[in-house]
Design a binder for this molecule. Sequence first.
Ligand code: ARG
Ligand code: GLU
Length: 706
Amino acid sequence: MRKLTRSFYLFFISLSIFAQQNRMWVPSDAQKAYYQMMEKGARFSLDDLYHPEKPSFNDAIVQFNGGCTAEIISPQGLILTNHHCGYGIIQSLSSLEHNYVEDGFWAGSYEEELPAPGAYVTFVRRIVNVTQQVLQGVSDDMSPERRQSVVDKNIAKLKQEIQTEPWQYVEIKPYLYGNIYYALVKEDYKDIRLVGAPPSSVGKFGADTDNWMWPRHSGDFSLFRIYAAPDNRPAEYSPDNVPYRPEKYFKVSLDGVKEGDLILVYGFPGRTQQYLPSFAVEHVTQTLNPVRIDIRQRALDIMDKYMRSNDTLKLKYTSTYARVANYWKKWKGENLGIKKSNAIENKRYIEKLFLQQAGTNGFGEEAGRVLEALKQAYNELEAPDLARNIFIETMYVNNDWMRRAFLIYQWENLHGDNYAQRKAKILDRIRSAFNRTDNRVSKELFIRMMAYYKQKMPEAYKNKTLFEKNIILWADEIEKTSLLADSSKINRLALMDYNKFQEALKNDSGYNLARTLIDDYYGKIAPEQSRVKEKINNLMRVYTKLLMQSGLYKDMVPDANSTLRLSFGEVRGYEPRDGVYYEPVSTLDGVMEKYIPGDYEFDLPEQLLKLYEQKDFGNYETGGTVPVNFLGTAHTTGGNSGSPAINAKGELVGINFDRVWEGTMSDLFYDPKICRNIMVDMRYVMFVIDKLGKAQNLVNEIIQNQ
Ligand code: ARG
Ligand code: GLU
């Protein structure tokens, strides 16, 4: 009897496990996904999804500033992305007189749009599977080094051969650990201007408390415009540039969504690791995550204490706090989700099936060998990877003084072309780092972080002599004497000739400490970690190839790698815990329920309160309120922020910006029961632009194409 129950159980999990495969399809190879979308009611064509010659969705989607995603929503090159993606730009264009972060910004005309120096967007015009050409002459018995050199040569040759326009360039990237290669023909547009942003109280409503959470009520969007040369080609910023005329843009739909509707999310997901074996997931969730969470918790506590005590400090640390808190919270959710979805057991079960299947098909021995080798490699990885993570978290992410030392380290090692220009850039970064920190906080962070380093750094990587010194004395010394804590010393340093500069660095005990540790990192920790990582990558290539051969997965869609992907699903609520069901749509009523006057996370603009009171919802009303956010089952990750959420008609109904907490483990293990992506409803976006921003020009531009 027990046996029967158990085999039933296995049968059911095997059904669900293989539903958790990666769902981020490469657009040029998405026929299968397209047929599934058709079954769910898609009315756009396969050619709409992607076509190398005809205008298609990919022509209306760009990578925004190297990280996020944005989409074109008008014939004049207007693009929509998240507020948190535009935040850095909005902040840098703000001043005390014009505080666009606080108050929002709405350009009334092209002339009022604000150039964002350094910002750029990237189009992917063509995607070509070049696996055969790249792997030409590669054989299974080659050493990894030999293999890589053949691959590199083939790639170099291919790049020459692929035809592009003069303003385009080619990138060739490995997918599925180098079992597959695609060539991507890209274009960068570098004249990007800010067009609109809601006040932060709307754009980041709920801030860190609501981050990674549902129910959510955030108006996380901002608007930019792509500018081009008069011939519509990419150009550096110039006042003579004109709004870009796109080959394709999305029509904004005010139809909204309801549970069960098809939703297509199309963008640039950064990194997932769906095919990791069980012990690798253990490495991430049981070795790395607890340490990273622990370190960040300490740093957040310190920042929070000072931010609460002093408004200037609050202003200085707000964005650092948000950045640190974002992944701190994500990792916590990830560990919960891994547990809740039995991911590790499920992975073990996959491995068992894999070995069985391989045995039946005559490659059992090879399969056994590769899994065993991977297991050993993960044992080998533990110490250097832990060391690397402790180093990065305690010396870089959460330590103002030491983070600054990295910039000085770059400066010290600067030589060759464009010296002056590169030095000026580094100096800019050092100065802006000083503007965003305060020695009271930095000192306490330093003490806490170095104490952690001293205590937790694996023995083999710890610099024992260095840590004989008392950390508090160190901190005092840095505070009193070091250029790490004194911007005027940096200014003086900038004016010195090379010998004096060297001399000054040599005499700075704070910087010397940092340099010793940084040298340890580059000399020992990083090389060892990447040596083992490299080995793992090669084994993962073989493992995923055999997994493919085993036929266990219907489709082995490659992990995210910051390239253009599409993922579809439907609008759907979820059950985070027993007895709790979350509806998939939130509304303005919920915004008002969360409203706390004067609170830094839950305050609201007065005008919004008025609109709500007067029920002045315009065309954006439904059921007596305005829909704000909604949930979907699309598989997304970091980098998908700003991605268009497209309905069955191929129209824009939302903009992706987050995932739910219980489902953040989808980077490692996608569980359709609890993994949800979160989107802003376009009706809320338009409501804010129209009623709150009163930007009639933008409403006309966006809606004129309806
Ligand atoms: N969690 C979302 C994403 O990963 C939104 C982040 C916005 N930042 C924040 N700390 N609230 O990036
Ligand atoms: N907020 C994330 C980003 O900035 C997207 C959310 C996620 O990781 O799914 O890309």
